[in-house]
Design a protein around this ligand. Structure first.
Ligand code: ATP
Ligand code: MG
Length: 142
């Protein structure tokens, strides 16, 4: 038996701007995820810097945070067996040029920087990222 697991995902500003949110949400449900919490919010630059602080030393950090604050994102907590790894499979490689056919990044991403969606990289980080976007009251509904 698999245990249900949670992951935190975002539809990034490029995909929201291009009106891909609906198609991406449809794919989420087709893949067997349950949407447990969801919101559309525009991050401030400081909030984007906090969310991606693990990348603070990387050369692309400034560009990444400016992009993530450039327009609204749709953030959601998804539940499924093996949610973290399954979502990473569904979204594909960071660079859409390297992403497999039919992955979300292959279908919808513009570039390595503007790559349509985010996914937590571990169960522990999913908990931290879920708490970044959702209050205790919202999380209590899980
Ligand atoms: P995410 O964490 O957003 O799901 P990821 O786990 O596939 O993406 P990370 O290595 O965590 O990739 O990088 C975080 C984000 O930083 C990437 O999704 C991308 O938007 C941006 N990024 C990563 N590498 C580069 C790069 N070389 N040039 C420009 N942007 C980059
Ligand atoms: Mg990552």
């Amino acid at each position: 038996m698999f245990q249900k697991e949670y992951t935190l995902i975002m539809v990034k500003p490029d995909a929201v701007r291009s009106n891909f949110t609906g198609k991406i949400l449809a794919r989420i449900e087709e893949e067997g995820f349950a949407i447990r919490a969801m919101k559309r919010v525009r991050l401030s630059l400081a909030q984007a810097q906090e969310f991606y602080s693990v990348h603070a030393a990387r050369p692309f950090y400034g560009e990444l945070c400016t992009f993530m604050a450039s327009g609204p994102v749709v953030a959601a907590i998804l539940e499924r067996d093996n949610a973290v790894l399954h979502w990473r499979d569904v979204i594909g490689a960071t660079d859409p040029a390297e992403a497999k056919e039919n992955t979300i990044r292959k279908l919808f991403a513009k570039s390595k920087g503007e790559n349509a969606v985010h996914g937590s990289d571990s169960v522990d980080n999913a908990k931290i990222e879920a708490a970044f976007f959702f209050s205790g009251l919202e999380l209590a509904g899980q």
